[in-house]
Ligand binder design. Structure first.
Ligand SMILES: Nc1ncnc2c1ncn2[C@@H]1O[C@H](COP(=O)(O)OP(=O)(O)OP(=O)(O)O)[C@@H](O)[C@H]1O
Ligand SMILES: [Mg+2]
Length: 279
């Protein structure tokens, strides 16, 4: 059975004319790692808010269709119930910081505190989560004193510590360098292998190609294309619709026109490109 089941989901923010999501049908298996791509305004964050229950429980607006996660229906649940199953890391990590805590450790413990986890268990879980995302050394720092990339790691950690069934990440590596990005993708892959279901908005095609199970391409609030990363990310449809494309894909596509790329399949990653350009 699918952990996530969206049927004909259409959502319009208050006081807007066109829906930000239109007729979305989406099923996601437990333990699946799904990446979401799309241009600015395509509806990626709105899809995240919908999965996380913020639309319509927080943003209000008009929602139709059915949103089911872990056997529960969004319209029949409160946001408090919903967040026990679904964790969302916001696009801007600054929005994640509670403002109520002085240290990263306390910040990460905050969610556990709210649901009444006993003190000893809480400490262990926070320490484990800090180690998992590689920020043990930030434990005593103020959340506000951190760089954007560090704040993103704190945001991710504060979600992971809650052990949600569904992890929703809105551009979680946007302020990270390649090393940070690789580490975060590895952690998320590991979580998915442990059974956590992951939906991640991301622009970094090469990383998606290496780590995600499936890609959903959103355009104007609708799913334009979905499938295996290697197929979706190299598709002409994406290129023609103004999506960000890996430089290796676009290089090979040009090379193909001149007979210099001989393989059927275009590359997404550097390794695939190097392999394909070898004689
Ligand atoms: N709070 C809001 N109220 C009204 N309209 C909104 C709100 N948030 C987003 N929108 C509109 O909904 C559409 C989808 O926006 P959304 O933020 O989901 O796109 P996105 O794909 O996440 O874009 P980006 O790449 O810029 O993050 C856009 O037309 C946007 O203007
Ligand atoms: Mg967004």
């Amino acid at each position: 059975m699918a952990l996530v089941n969206l049927q004909n989901v259409t959502y319009k923010y208050p006081l807007t004319k066109t829906p930000a999501l239109q007729n979305i049908n989406l099923q996601i298996k437990e333990g699946e790692f799904v990446a979401v791509v799309g241009a600015n305004g395509a509806g990626k964050s709105t899809l995240c808010y919908t999965l996380a229950g913020f639309a319509p429980h927080f943003f209000k607006g008009e929602m139709s269709g059915s949103i089911e996660v872990a056997g529960k229906e969004s319209s029949k649940s409160t946001l408090d119930e919903w967040v026990l199953n679904v964790g969302l890391a916001f696009q801007n990590p600054f929005n994640q910081i509670s403002g109520a805590k002085y240290t990263v450790f306390e910040e990460i413990a905050f969610g556990l505190e709210n649901i009444g986890v006993p003190r000893d268990e809480m400490k262990d879980r926070v320490n484990d989560a800090l180690a998992l995302t590689g920020i043990t050394d930030l434990a005593d720092r103020s959340p506000y004193s951190l760089s954007g990339g560090q704040q993103q790691r704190v945001a991710l950690t504060s979600i992971l510590v809650m052990q949600p069934k569904l992890l929703v990440l809105d551009e979680p590596t946007s302020q990270m360098d390649p090393i940070g990005t690789r580490e975060v993708f590895s952690v998320i892959r590991k979580m998915a292998e442990g059974g956590m279901t992951v939906v991640m908005v991301e622009h970094k095609m090469e990383w998606i190609a290496q780590f995600a199970d499936r890609v959903i391409a959103l355009k104007d609030g609708s799913i334009l294309l979905e499938g295996k990363p290697g197929e979706v990310l190299t598709s002409d449809v994406l290129a023609e619709n103004g999506f960000g494309i890996s430089r290796y894909t676009s290089t090979a596509r040009e090379a193909k026109k001149q007979g210099l790329w001989k393989k059927e399949k275009l590359p997404v990653t550097l390794d695939e490109a190097v392999e394909g350009f070898k004689k």
